[in-house]
Design a protein around this ligand. Structure first.
Ligand SMILES: *Cc1c(COP(=O)(O)O)cnc(C)c1O
Length: 492
């Protein structure tokens, strides 16, 4: 399988190269040249497989320079760090509503599904292409990617990892997880600004010839652990397919029945993986994009204008506080009939005018979208707990709220899977206030303690222990200083 750039179709690279490079030199994103099919016969075969084997099966369709066994070995190592062999269990709320729990990894958010695996994929990819340089991973995080990438890459040979987070734009628990990070090859830096500032600054470093040349002198190559990297997206396709197979196995649906997925969305990586699963032949009725109050995507899907000139809100679902959703570019690429010139034009518009206009009737009809404000998010946590005895985190609650609105509007009775992207104890105060109907002001650890007395889920040790951990990274810099920071860290 070859990969092409969304901004230059003539540029083709192998899967290993796409993963090693992260992003194409001219700023485009790598996409597979075509979508391999997973047939009903494949799904039947996959039903007897473990989650890790299902993932290896899907990945082997995309990474043909690796053998299935090589891939499986990497996946097994990655997913041995999850708290259950199921890795991504499907939980039934009622006959037509299911939750796909993606927070059983080491950092309690869905990013672990890809970021426990990416270090293995990256190291193996570099060795496949005969690249002996060491790697400096740069990450911009809205909260969860940073910690998951740090855990994945800490102490990995010939690799350093540097994470930039918006200093006031992540939850207390997310921040504590990152600034207490141990490991000999890690650095965590706060950026004054929001996630988009951090992401734009990091992207700038990737195309900065001077920085690259400096690093090259030291035999260091940059790579990305953000969902612009194909190695992040590909493992996420597996859980859409796996959850479908689980529903068939438990006789909730018959193979061939179409289902809906509702996905709390920020950078558009997670739902894009669902779209790729659909392109591979998974029977999907609707992929529902759920935005929080930063509803740029929902506006775009309804109105066809992607307009970044708008207020930015800090919400209770910080990992979705994003205005520039990188992976939308991959969808636009498909919607234009894979027209790289048009993609370049649209993204030039975005850079210059902070907006672009697109005929959304060209976007696949499988997509639907909606959004929830803070009050609706709180209501969804309360209602889901009342109705189903199930407590969700704040991001998942956004998806629940959008789902409740969607069925009110459409009366669609299709079996629906809501992707549950984080453990509720990562956002304890908002969840506690929502389930109890209170409006307390508490620190995160106190809130987590009280929440534990209210709900059926136990607090994970890794979040409980954070309180006593030493802060190891307290640096906060201006976004203009990011190049300097990168070079300093590379020197160390
Ligand atoms: C990252 C994240 C999201 C958004 O996923 P995208 O791939 O960025 O759209 C949703 N929920 C949680 C908890 C996250 O960490």
């Amino acid at each position: 399988m070859k990969y092409i750039s969304t901004r230059n179709k003539n540029k083709t690279v192998s899967g290993a190269e796409a993963i090693a490079m992260g992003i194409s030199d001219e700023g485009g994103l790598f996409v597979p040249e075509s979508f391999p099919k997973i047939t009903k016969a494949d799904r039947d075969k996959m039903a007897a497989m473990s989650y890790a084997e299902r993932t290896a099966f899907v990945l082997s369709k995309y990474l043909d320079e690796f053998t299935y066994d090589e891939i499986l070995e990497m996946v097994n190592k990655a997913y041995s760090r999850f708290d259950s062999d199921e890795v991504a269990p499907v939980v039934k709320l009622d006959d037509s509503l299911f939750v796909l729990e993606l927070f059983h990894g080491p950092t309690y958010a869905f990013k672990d599904l890809a970021l426990t695996l990416l270090p293995y994929l990256l190291t193996a990819s570099k060795s496949k292409i005969g690249d002996s340089s060491s790697t400096l991973i740069l990450v911009a995080t809205s909260g969860d990617t940073g910690k998951a990438a740090l855990e994945g890459f800490k102490d990995v040979d010939k690799t350093k990892i540097m994470v930039f987070y918006p200093s006031d734009g992540v939850s207390d628990m997310q921040k504590m997880q990152m600034i207490t990070q141990e490991g000999s090859n890690v650095e965590v830096v706060g950026i004054k600004g929001n996630f988009d500032d951090a992401q734009t600054a990091v992207k700038r470093v990737f195309t900065d010839a001077k920085v690259k040349a400096e690093l090259k002198k030291r035999n260091i190559e940059l790579s990305s652990a953000n969902s612009i990297n194909w190695g992040r997206l590909a493992p996420q396709i597996a859980y859409y397919i796996s959850s479908y197979i689980d529903l068939v196995s438990s006789e909730e649906i018959s193979d061939g029945d179409k289902i809906n997925f509702v996905v709390p969305t920020g950078n558009f990586g997670d739902i894009l993986a669902g779209y790729y699963a659909y392109k591979m032949g998974l029977p999907i009725n609707k992929l529902i994009v759920a935005s929080n109050k930063n509803k740029i995507l929902s506006d775009f899907f309804h109105e066809g204008v992607y307009d970044v000139k708008r207020d930015f809100y800090k919400t209770a679902s910080p990992s979705m506080d994003i205005l520039i959703s990188s992976n939308l570019e991959r969808l636009i690429f498909e919607a234009t009939g894979r027209n790289d010139k048009e993609v370049v034009k649209l993204y030039d518009d975005l850079k210059e005018n902070k907006k672009f206009v697109f005929d959304v009737s060209k976007i696949d009809e499988v997509f639907a979208s909606g959004w929830a404000d803070e009050e609706e998010t709180a209501d969804a946590i309360f209602e889901t707990a009342e109705e189903y005895g199930y407590t969700t985190d704040t991001h998942t609650a956004v998806a629940m709220s959008v789902y409740y609105d969607y069925i009110d509007e459409t009366a669609d009775e299709t079996v629906t899977v809501v992707l549950s992207t984080a453990n509720p104890y990562k956002f304890p105060l908002f969840v506690y206030n929502s389930v109890t109907g209170k409006n307390k002001k508490l620190d995160a650890f106190k809130a987590a303690e009280l929440l534990e007395a209210e709900i059926e889920i136990d607090r994970p040790d890794g979040l409980k222990n954070l309180k006593d951990k030493k802060v190891l990274h307290d640096k906060v810099v201006d976004k203009s200083e990011i190049e300097k920071e990168v070079l300093n860290f590379a020197e160390k």
